[in-house]
Unconditional design. Structure first.
Length: 87
């Protein structure tokens, strides 16, 4: 049985690093937020969908979005999946 959570992740910490590292930091913040709120186990990995990556990098490295809405899915035997919330 899959566990599914919708969440809005604030990416304000990505703006506290130099301009040339903001998009990279935003991806790290997504991984940290998902690990904390989904209670990631030691044997699990986090898989971020390509659409999330494109959304973060859509305005370039220096101007990532301030927040992002995602859907996180956990299935037994698979990594935690992070996908964009389709509205």
């Amino acid at each position: 049985m899959a566990e599914i959570k919708e969440m809005t992740i604030p990416l304000r910490a990505a703006w506290n690093v130099p301009r040339t590292r903001r998009a990279n930091r935003a991806i790290i913040e997504i991984k940290n937020h998902v690990a904390r709120h989904m209670k990631k186990r030691e044997d699990e990995d986090i898989w971020i969908d390509e659409a999330v990556n494109h959304y973060i990098w859509s305005r370039g490295m220096q101007k990532p979005p301030r927040k992002i809405k995602i859907v996180c899915t956990r299935e037994e035997g698979f990594p935690l999946e992070v996908k964009l919330l389709e509205e």
